[in-house]
Write a protein that binds this ligand. Structure first.
Ligand code: PGA
Length: 252
């Protein structure tokens, strides 16, 4: 049985004040939720404040990105050791916006994934196809390639904490959500590729989230697909009521 994970990706929204205002509103609304795990991915600058404000709650906190090394002359980067030092437990890796705007490569995703595991962080590895690839019938090839590249050199023993987020690029921030059938098909391709690489045992335990225009009114249908184990929510996670509603509807 895979426990659902519902996560908020705040991207480059909300400074420390706005994050705390959100939590004041949000935490009481989800304090009785035990049906799913919850995680927030605020901007790096807000991590200490958000970790502090969520202490004692069931809400985990993670970073949206990290370097794979512990220290070095890498201006503007944050290391995994710095993240764990402030109390982060999770990290997003390879979000499509980082791949697109920061030129993040599959090889870097692989280094980051290995580093996150070595530091005891729960990695949420983001993959997904662009619209032109889907239209050419290449969705499966892209997903299998991204998984294989990300998991290169990772053993079964290491793989347990990994979470995958399937985020079709054409659905992110567009209001166009994948249909439950489209998402379920992609999730089963991903799970099949994980099984090929690491075995059925790992594949059946690994959580695969869906991301891309998730809203309070479409989460229940998505979650009714047995292969969809939660959601990574961008725009609709910025407002406390909306994100709390998504959490509630996910397991209603
Ligand atoms: P969205 O973003 O929910 O605004 O589409 C999802 C994401 O980028 O993780």
């Amino acid at each position: 049985m895979r426990t659902p994970l519902i996560a908020a990706n705040w991207k480059m929204y909300k400074g420390p004040q706005d994050s705390l205002a959100f939590l004041n509103d949000f935490l009481p609304q989800v304090k009785d939720n035990a049906a799913s795990e919850m995680a927030l991915f605020p901007s790096t600058i807000c991590l200490p404040a958000v970790v502090e404000a969520t202490r004692g709650s069931r809400v985990a906190v993670g970073a949206q990105n990290m370097h794979w090394l512990n220290e070095g002359a890498y201006t503007g980067d944050t290391s995994p050791a710095m993240l764990t030092a402030v109390g982060c437990t999770h990290v997003l890796i390879g979000h499509s916006e980082r791949r697109q705007y920061a030129g993040e490569t599959d090889a870097q995703v692989n280094l980051k994934l290995k580093s996150a595991l070595a530091h005891g962080l729960v990695p949420v590895v983001c993959i997904g196809e662009h619209l032109d690839k889907r239209q050419c019938g290449l969705t499966s090839a892209v997903l299998r390639w991204q998984i294989a590249a990300a998991f290169n050199g990772i053993s079964c023993e290491q793989a347990h904490p990994i979470v995958i987020a399937y985020e079709p690029v054409w659905a992110i921030g567009t209001g166009v959500v994948a249909t439950p059938d489209q998402a379920a098909e992609a999730h089963s391709i991903i799970r099949d590729e994980v099984a090929t690489l690491l075995g059925q045992g790992i594949a059946q335990k690994m959580r695969i989230l869906y991301g891309g225009s998730v809203k309070p009114d479409n989460i229940a249908k998505l979650m009714s697909e047995p292969g969809i184990d939660g959601a990574l929510v961008g725009g609709a996670s910025l407002e406390a009521r909306s994100f709390a509603q998504i959490i509630q509807n996910a397991t209603a």
